[in-house]
Design a protein around this ligand. Structure first.
Ligand code: HEM
Length: 201
């Protein structure tokens, strides 16, 4: 079992993680999303980014179960995949949704303040991605763990991004909150401020 996990599964997992991207790209090229590909691809790419953010947060508690310990070695891979899909969401926004029109983007930023919450999440994911190497881990020492706790802030920003844009259909915001909030609550002791408040009581 462990020999399998050590060697053969890596390309398979890479392929599995790339499947949603390949599906979206093929469907786009085949014209399935026309006449407005941006409108359909925004929620799709955003949802896949959200799925991988949920997965990276779920890996920590899951890897504590003895039989699933092996999962912990995929944390970086899943985190980078979350960053990849959020970057794709951003690229789709800029190219297909906004058509690279800066004046349109400027007015959209005023009309849709929830975009700022999305930008905060993606900036955090970027920071975590560039500091995810072994070299950066060594360089940052104890601060590496502290920095990587910002993934919880990114998850909160995603929840805000989703609820803020709700008009009538709350299903996407609700589903992601159902998965993300318990994972955040499980790790409340990671937040020094909250720990301090609860200890005082
Ligand atoms: C990790 C970061 C992000 C995640 C996980 C995420 C996730 C999502 C999801 C799931 C939706 C669909 C919501 C629904 O259909 O109810 C969505 C919509 C949207 N996102 Fe994001 N987002 C992120 C970052 C961003 C960024 C950086 C931008 C802009 C620069 C952005 C702009 C938008 C816009 C404009 C929509 C609405 C699209 C529409 O009206 O159909 N998001 N996002």
């Amino acid at each position: 079992m462990s020999a399998f996990w050590d060697r053969k599964e890596k390309p398979l997992i890479g392929l599995l993680f790339a499947l949603p991207f390949c599906w979206m790209l093929t469907s786009l090229l085949m014209g399935r999303y026309f006449p407005d590909p941006g409108k359909l691809l925004m929620p799709l790419s955003g949802s896949w980014a959200g799925v991988y953010i949920v997965s990276v947060l779920a890996l920590t508690p899951l890897a504590k179960i003895k039989a699933l310990k092996v999962l912990s070695r995929y944390r970086r891979f899943v985190g980078l995949t979350a960053f990849f899909y959020s970057l794709l969401h951003l690229v789709i926004y800029l190219l297909l949704f906004a058509g690279l029109s800066w004046s349109w983007i400027r007015s959209d930023l005023i009309e849709k303040p929830y975009i700022y919450a999305g930008v905060l999440a993606i900036l955090i994911l970027f920071l975590l991605a560039i500091t995810s190497t072994k070299k950066m881990m060594r360089r940052l020492g104890r601060n590496w763990k502290k920095l990587h706790r910002f993934i919880y802030l990114a998850a909160l920003a995603v929840i805000a991004h989703l609820w803020w844009q709700v008009k009538s259909d709350i299903s996407t915001a609700l589903w992601f909150s159902v998965f993300l909030l318990p994972l955040l609550l499980m790790r409340w002791e990671q937040f020094p401020l909250l720990k301090h408040v609860f200890k005082k009581r």
